[in-house]
Design a binder for this molecule. Structure first.
Ligand SMILES: C[S@@+](CC[C@H](N)C(=O)[O-])C[C@H]1O[C@@H](n2cnc3c(N)ncnc32)[C@H](O)[C@@H]1O
Length: 274
């Protein structure tokens, strides 16, 4: 496992993922009844953008730095911007939240959060990041297996799947886990972050996931440029199973803003059902 999210923290793809994640948490925590959240690939929980890995990639410059400087960003980004502001002093952006901090901050009394991370070093940082949240726990374990094991058979639940896509079987593993989660609890919402490189890979994955989950999907795509160079990350998407209707509007606004403000002139965004 060579992937370190610190290289990519706060880039355009994190803005799409974390913007849609905060919108989902907002919708899911408005409904009554305890919510169980499982984050299959949690990373370290929070990132120092002045650290060596972040500085080497410089990816936050075309992501969160632009978002925080934009005075006219849409309200759909307010929760993410507030989380960033709460970690930093003044207008300078040094620290950036990962999915664990964004989920933990949104939890209510009675909700539960399991954050899974396979790397021991990142999991130790994750545990520190989450230590002040009584109903959040960091697990040094395989997130795919944990999701299926820990998803309650009844009741409200949300699974975030955000793998590094380092392995050839990533897409198949996601489809298997999301299908098993859906089989165990048909009320659960699952959101999967995927890179957009070429259309064939996206289409194949959507078919595989739709078959495994046996239900239509909601796809929120933000393309920075046409998907005609499979060697490049040309955009990204959040693909959702059991998505609440109320997430469609904020997801569309978030994907549009990222494509229009951070993409090339040929960039575009859309939210659609399979
Ligand atoms: C893209 S990063 C996660 C970023 C995080 N979700 C966020 O938004 O802040 C993927 C993480 O998954 C971890 N990982 C890889 N395979 C895993 C597995 N099977 N189970 C749990 N974690 C895994 C990697 O070590 C890496 O830290």
């Amino acid at each position: 496992m060579n992937y370190r999210h610190a290289f990519h923290a706060g880039n355009f793809a994190d803005l799409v993922k974390h913007g849609v994640l905060t919108a989902l948490m907002d919708v899911l925590t408005r409904e009554a009844g305890p919510l169980t959240v499982i984050d299959t690939h949690s990373g370290a929980g929070a990132y120092d953008l002045t650290g060596e890995m972040s500085r080497r990639s410089g990816e936050a410059a075309a992501g969160v730095f632009r978002l925080m400087a934009a005075k006219d960003s849409p309200p759909a980004f307010d929760a993410l911007k507030a989380a960033v502001r709460s970690m930093n002093k003044g207008d300078e952006v040094v620290l950036y939240p990962g999915s664990p901090l964004l989920v933990a901050k949104a939890l209510r009394k009675g909700d539960r959060y399991f954050a899974c991370e396979l790397r021991e070093d990142d999991c130790a940082t994750l545990a520190e990041t989450l230590q002040s949240f009584a109903n959040a726990v960091a697990l040094n374990t395989d997130g795919y297996a944990a999701a299926v094991e820990r998803i309650p058979a009844k009741g409200r639940a949300f699974v975030l799947i955000d793998p590094p896509f380092e392995r050839g079987d990533d897409y198949a593993q996601i489809a298997r886990a999301a299908g098993a989660v859906r089989n165990k609890n048909a009320e659960a919402t699952t959101a999967v972050w995927v890179p957009l490189k070429d259309l064939e890979t996206l289409d194949r994955f959507l078919r595989e996931l739709e078959d495994a989950a046996d239900t239509p999907l909601l796809v929120a795509e933000s393309r920075l440029r046409p998907l005609n160079n499979p060697m490049k990350m040309n955009g990204c998407a959040m693909v959702m199973v059991g998505a609440p209707e109320a997430v469609i509007e904020p997801a569309a606004v978030i994907c549009d803003w990222v494509a229009a403000r951070l993409g090339d002139p040929g960039g575009e965004a859309r939210v659609w059902r399979t």
